[in-house]
Write a protein that binds this ligand. Structure first.
Ligand SMILES: [Zn+2]
Length: 208
């Protein structure tokens, strides 16, 4: 299984600062940015402190949940071994304490609220991808996550059903597999995404 995010950490995805070296605002100075910053949905959240739900990008277990002066409220999720490497994701500057250590999460599950805690000049999510505990650029994985609308799901299901002759459970399994490949997730319900239950309902309707 190759590394792939099943869900975005925040919707919509508006990257305000990339990974790597960046200008600090001080002439000639740069700092090494170990993650990616995602800006708040300004159409929904009007304050500088509260930005709405932050989601797990993959299933996993919360291994850290703490506050520090620099990072503010932080959650770190361990996603286990993928491609032979230990994969974790980190979510910082959260509004308040996120999920507790030991909590099992699904992709798309809310793990905290976007905030402006710690050393943070504005409301945003600082997101890191840690491979064997070393931060790497998560941008391409974020850009690969595509919200799927209901019409798209119906088209997928129709395509699966065209190869009829197999049992309904096999159709459902095939449809779900294809749907997850298209970016549909099994977690919470942020706009544009479908859950397994919704996909199964649509399959049942199509079969009858
Ligand atoms: Zn950042």
């Amino acid at each position: 299984m190759s590394l792939k995010f099943y869900h975005l950490p925040y919707l919509p995805l508006r990257i305000t600062s990339h990974f790597g070296n960046r200008h600090t605002g001080i002439v000639g100075a740069t700092s090494n940015h170990k993650g990616i910053d995602i800006g708040a949905d300004k159409s929904k959240y009007k304050t500088q402190t509260y930005g709405g739900p932050v989601y797990a990008v993959l299933p996993g277990i919360v291994v850290k949940s703490y506050y520090s002066d620099a990072r503010g409220h932080v959650v770190i999720i361990d996603h286990g071994i993928i491609d032979g490497s230990d994969v974790k994701t980190l979510y910082q500057h959260l509004y308040g304490k996120g999920l507790a250590v030991g909590t099992k999460v699904e992709a798309g599950q809310e793990i905290g609220i976007m905030g402006n805690t710690g050393t943070s000049a504005q409301l945003h999510l600082h997101f890191e991808l840690l491979i064997n505990d070393i931060p790497v650029d998560p941008e391409k994985y974020l850009l690969e996550v595509k919200p799927v609308d209901e019409d798209r799901v119906r088209a997928i299901i129709k395509e699966i059903l065209r190869g009829a002759g197999t049992e309904v459970s096999a159709w459902a399994e095939g449809s779900w597999k294809k749907a997850t490949e298209e970016g549909i997730t099994d977690g919470a319900r942020p706009g544009g995404y479908c859950t397994r239950e919704q996909v199964v309902t649509m399959i049942e309707r199509a079969v009858k």
